[in-house]
Write a protein that binds this ligand. Structure first.
Ligand SMILES: CCCCCCCC/C=C\CCCCCCCC(=O)SCCNC(=O)CCNC(=O)[C@H](O)C(C)(C)COP(=O)(O)OP(=O)(O)OC[C@H]1O[C@@H](n2cnc3c(N)ncnc32)[C@H](O)[C@@H]1OP(=O)(O)O
Length: 226
């Protein structure tokens, strides 16, 4: 199954991972700055054309060697994972804001983060789909931190007030659990209080249940997303 195939086991040491992160983290930040500049730059059109040629040359340089498909999630034997391609938290993903999510084993997750021009929907405000993206991840993280990771089955969002671009906070917690199902709740908080509230149902998927039943996995680790 595609989902199952994207979960790799890796043997890289802490030192190797830290050394790679020290290079690719700032590299990805540089590409994020490029995305922002693409939206906001007011240089003249000749300058944009010249910049495009340089960007295309860089892309050609980078794509000389690359993996097929997405990054996947790379797991170590201690249960920690590397979701560096993830659209919300991915260290190697310039589309990700990125969020650095703190978790508690009781099943809580929170992050302070900033959303700039690339996340705009209504003028000056965060796109509703981006709010849903972030809440999906943070609620999923809370479930994972509580040792109950799952795929999102449902996600309901109430947009209480507009969310301005800028500094924001997200919080989530496990509300209740039953068998393979975990219900999490959460919210995004802006300068004038909560802007969006969410409830999600996270389900440990069949392929994960089967792996556990076959003894191929000890089961979900609370360090699932770290
Ligand atoms: C070895 C350990 C590894 C652990 C692995 C954990 C996996 C977590 C992975 C990565 C998380 C990373 C990121 C987290 C944050 C972001 C999360 C996302 O963005 S997730 C992407 C968006 N969501 C989807 O794409 C889901 C697509 N849907 C599915 O994959 C399946 O439909 C799934 C897993 C939701 C359920 O499939 P079934 O085959 O496991 O479920 P059945 O056996 O049919 O049903 C089990 C029970 O769940 C109910 N159910 C199934 N789907 C439901 C739904 N959508 N809503 C409500 N209930 C549902 C059923 O009625 C049944 O309930 P009854 O036991 O009868 O009480």
């Amino acid at each position: 199954m595609a989902e199952a195939r994207a979960f790799h086991t890796e043997t890289a040491t802490d030192e190797e991972i830290a050394a790679e992160a020290a290079v690719v983290g700032p590299f990805t930040d540089a590409v994020r700055a490029l995305v922002d500049a693409t939206i906001r730059s007011t240089v003249d059109l000749d300058e944009i054309r010249a910049a495009q040629a340089e960007i295309e040359a860089i892309t050609e340089r980078l794509t000389k060697e690359q993996i097929p498909g997405g990054y996947g999630v790379r797991y170590r034997t201690d249960g920690t994972g590397r979701a560096w391609g993830n659209a919300v938290i991915g260290l190697r993903n310039p589309i990700a804001p990125p969020l650095t999510i703190s978790t508690e084993p009781s099943g809580r997750a929170s992050a302070d983060f900033r959303l700039g021009a690339p996340y705009e929907g209504p003028p000056g405000l965060v796109h509703g789909g981006v709010i849903s993206l972030i809440l999906d991840q943070v609620l999923g993280h809370a479930a994972g931190a509580g040792g109950r990771p799952g795929m999102t089955g449902t996600l309901t969002i109430r947009y209480r007030q507009a969310t301005p671009l800028g500094e924001l906070r997200a919080e989530a917690w496990i509300d209740r659990a039953e068998g393979i199902k975990t219900w999490a709740k959460g919210r995004i908080i802006g300068p004038d209080g909560p802007t969006a509230e969410a409830e999600g149902l996270f389900i440990l998927p069949r392929w994960a249940r089967e792996r556990i039943a076959r003894g191929e996995s000890k089961g979900p680790s609370p360090k699932y997303f770290e």
